[in-house]
Design a protein around this ligand. Structure first.
Ligand code: PMV
Length: 347
């Protein structure tokens, strides 16, 4: 099972869910299907150098972040290797040097687990392809997403672009609980290069880790209704992406974001992850939308930052609004201008 020493480098983007994944079963199987926009600028770039070694029963690797050893990240990678070992039985025959960097600022509050785990999974598949050169591209990407899912659920949606569905859903026959697939229907052109400007409201440590967050959905009083609602919303969003009805898009996307937070408000223990400035921004967006009829809306992650979504055609107007009215509510007036992208790339 060994091969010569080698090296690969992949970039993988972050993604923003419109229908949210919140709650999971054993083995990172989602409790409901989700859909996300893959981003373009916010990414992790990871290179993996490997050389054959003797299997000593452990995973042998060094981890560097921006070229400097980072010990506190190693347990995460060790856990990931353990989870994927049965699907990648060659792992213990190599020593790996993993070197990672993000294109977005440190501790910006942007989750790097999706881009990071996806970039690592791509590199592992590059090694597997050297061991098995006849592997098809379809298999390569599907298994990369499958492995990324075992690292961090939402990471499976970062392998491909521009819109990705993860989780079995009746109306999307290609969909699977095990990996993400590109949205398989033609989309209305209003969604081409759809914009996402990320307002950095709070760059602090995450108050709730996503592992704990998903656990909160076990025995949650509204879990069953929520999982059912995600299916219904995904069917609706599928139609909206095809027809381009932005009014319906806005209502669905904002409702999904607030529902995610409603699940946290109503779990035990309960959490408020929005900050006062999150609410200020939401209200400003609503006022601006009403006053100008601009099709702009927000979505949220499991945190205080706000993702502002709008068509490319409205970029100038919305960026001006963000600079003059919303930046004041961000830490150090920081925001990141991004848009839909194509997924992981080999460098
Ligand atoms: O991939 P995880 O386990 O970090 O969960 C991500 C959960 C949300 O970002 C809140 C929603 C989503 O679908 O990405």
């Amino acid at each position: 099972l060994t091969t010569a020493a080698g090296k690969s480098t992949w970039s993988a983007p972050s993604n923003i869910a419109l229908v949210k994944y919140w709650g999971k079963k054993e083995n990172q199987i989602p409790a409901n299907p989700s859909l996300s926009f893959t981003l373009n600028n916010c990414k992790t770039i990871t290179s993996v150098a490997y050389e054959p070694t003797t299997d000593n029963g452990t995973f042998q690797f060094d981890f560097l972040f921006e070229n400097k050893p980072k010990e506190d990240f190693k347990p995460k990678i060790n856990t990931f290797f353990k989870r994927i070992e049965s699907y990648c039985p060659y792992l213990k025959n190599f020593h790996f040097t993993i070197n990672s960097q993000n294109t977005f600022p440190h501790s910006s509050g942007i989750a790097s687990s999706a881009s990071g785990m996806s970039a690592l999974a791509m590199n592992i598949m590059s090694l597997e392809k050297r061991l098995n050169p006849n592997m098809s591209d379809a298999y390569f990407y599907e298994k990369a997403s499958f492995l990324a899912r075992l690292g961090s659920g939402s990471a499976c949606r970062s392998v491909k672009g521009n819109v990705v569905v993860w989780g079995k859903q009746q109306d999307i026959p290609e969909s699977s609980d095990l990996f993400g697939v590109s949205f398989p229907f033609p989309m209305h052109p209003v969604f081409n290069n759809f914009q996402d400007t990320i307002l950095l409201v709070d760059k602090g440590e995450k108050q709730v880790s996503s592992t704990l967050g998903h656990d909160l959905m076990h025995n949650h009083p509204f879990a069953a209704q929520r999982f059912e609602q995600a299916h219904v919303n995904l069917t609706q969003l599928k139609n909206i992406l095809e027809t381009g009805n932005l009014t319906e898009f806005i209502a669905l996307v904002e409702s999904e974001a607030l529902t995610l937070h409603a699940m946290m408000l109503t779990s035990m223990p309960y959490f408020i992850l929005m900050k006062p400035n999150t609410l200020q921004i939401i209200n400003k967006i609503w006022e601006f939308r009403k006053a100008t009829n601009t099709p702009v809306c927000f979505t949220l992650d499991a945190g205080a930052n706000v993702h502002v979504l709008y068509p490319e055609a409205n970029k100038e107007t919305v960026l001006h609004f963000i600079e003059t009215e919303l930046a004041a509510f961000c830490q150090n007036k920081q925001f990141i201008v991004d848009y839909m992208g194509n997924g992981a790339e080999e460098l």
